[in-house]
Ligand binder design. Structure first.
Ligand code: NAD
Length: 392
């Protein structure tokens, strides 16, 4: 049966156009080869970021949101966000407006990738980062010390005891963590562990310091696992009273200790669920141990509506933009996640296997290369097409 699907794409800023051009070629080729021309993706360009400002005057035009809502899917390159001034991150706006509450980043060591770790092969983790709240609400104020104290007087129920020193020039940000958003993220992480037959979900938090927000995330997570997955999960406390052989361990780690675990004990963690800011740091730290953000894929998903945006997880890399040296693999592997999402598994597997084969052969871009003989971004694209077609 012939299948056509329309997928909106955002090319992205900086290295975005270079890596998108290669990614699009690879996805189109894999689909053509896998389904002998019967399946086709109709790509529709939608605007966001610097490109959108140039063409429409707005960083995130309404049509972009409308088009993603219509098709319930999109793929995007990285977008530049001004630091310390300017408009709110478009990435964050997309996630919040479309309620794409889970940022999912599967990260496993790929044979042949250079790593600073002695045993990078022990890393096989999927991070579920809460995507809609925490400090990413971006709600912040500039205040003097008197105003800060007035607020603390109003918020009697705060955990601020002992903290009395506010210099006169102070900025405050709201960290919002709700039970509902925490639960749906942790529920998705547990469902993912069940679907992929993974042994554990680690809730990573800073609940020792932030007892209501980060501590809430942890406590709501444990309670949810107990209430909604009583037969599929266990904890260290219930370990001796149940048969754990087909169950998922729900455990938690304080964020600082978890960062140590990424390097010393990564095999103890399969799925990781965390709040927005922790999850952001954690994802890049894990990626850095196994080849870097240049090869790390990601998706922003609402599991209830099925809407998803697949994206390169790195930024727009202004330091290498326009040089044709960026690694397109983060966006290509995100494309692989997208093909799985729409059920086009043969095309997904073809790209995945060929890319891993190229890495093993050392045919990689400069960020992954251990020799000086690195491929450019576009050369890597050509080599990947050759690998896919010769493999078939
Ligand atoms: P960055 O990810 O752009 O770059 C960090 C480092 O990684 C740089 O040295 C860069 O050259 C390298 N790098 C990144 N992607 C690479 C690739 N594909 N191949 C090879 N090397 C790669 O982070 P930054 O410099 O902190 O941020 C630049 C801009 O990107 C900022 O405006 C930031 O807000 C934005 N940003 C966007 C996203 C997103 O769109 N999802 C994510 C992170 C940062």
């Amino acid at each position: 049966m012939n299948q056509n699907i329309t997928i909106p794409f955002i090319e992205g800023d900086g290295i975005g156009p270079e890596i998108w051009a290669v990614t699009k070629q690879i996805i189109d080729k894999a689909v053509a080869v896998s389904y002998e021309g019967k399946n086709k993706i109709e790509w529709v360009e939608i605007l966001a970021g610097m490109n959108a400002i140039e063409k429409t005057g707005l960083p995130l035009p309404d049509e972009t949101i409308a088009e993603i809502k219509k098709h319930k899917i999109a793929i995007k390159g990285p977008l530049t966000t001004p630091v310390g001034e300017g408009f709110k991150s478009i990435n964050v706006q997309l996630r919040q407006i479309l309620d794409l509450y889970a940022c999912v980043r599967p990260m496993g060591y790929i044979k042949g990738v250079k790593s600073e770790l002695k045993h990078p092969e022990k890393i096989n983790m999927t991070v579920f980062r809460e995507n809609t709240e925490d400090l990413y609400g971006g709600i912040e104020f500039k205040m003097n010390s008197k105003e800060v104290h007035e607020i603390l007087d109003i918020v009697k129920n705060s955990n601020s005891k002992g903290y009395v020193h506010f210099p006169d020039t102070t900025a405050i940000a709201l960290k919002i963590v709700s039970k509902q958003a925490s639960e749906r993220l942790i529920r998705s992480a547990i469902n993912y562990a069940i679907a992929h037959k993974l042994p554990s979900v680690t809730i990573v938090h800073k609940g020792n310091i932030l007892k209501f927000t980060e501590g809430g995330f942890r406590n709501w997570g444990y309670a949810l696992a107990k209430e909604e997955f009583p037969d599929q999960t266990y904890t260290w406390d219930t370990k001796d009273s149940v048969d754990t052989s087909n169950r998922i361990l729900i455990q938690d780690r304080i964020a600082d200790a978890f960062f140590q675990d990424i390097i010393l004990n990564p095999q103890k963690h399969a799925v990781v669920a965390s709040t927005n800011l922790n999850g952001d740091y954690i994802s890049d730290a894990i990626a850095g141990c196994i080849g870097g953000i240049g090869i790390s894929p990601g998706a922003n998903i609402n599991y209830k509506t099925g809407m998803a945006i697949f994206e390169a997880t790195h930024g727009s890399a202004p330091d290498i933009a326009g040089k044709d040296i960026a690694n397109p693999l983060s966006l290509i592997f995100s494309g692989v996640m997208m093909l799985h999402h729409i059920g086009w598994t043969a095309a997904a597997n073809l790209i995945d296997a060929a890319a891993k084969q190229l890495i093993l052969k050392g045919k990689v871009t400069g960020d992954l290369s251990i020799t000086k003989a690195a491929l450019s971004c576009s050369e890597f694209g050509k080599a990947l097409i050759e690998e896919m077609t010769s493999a078939n």
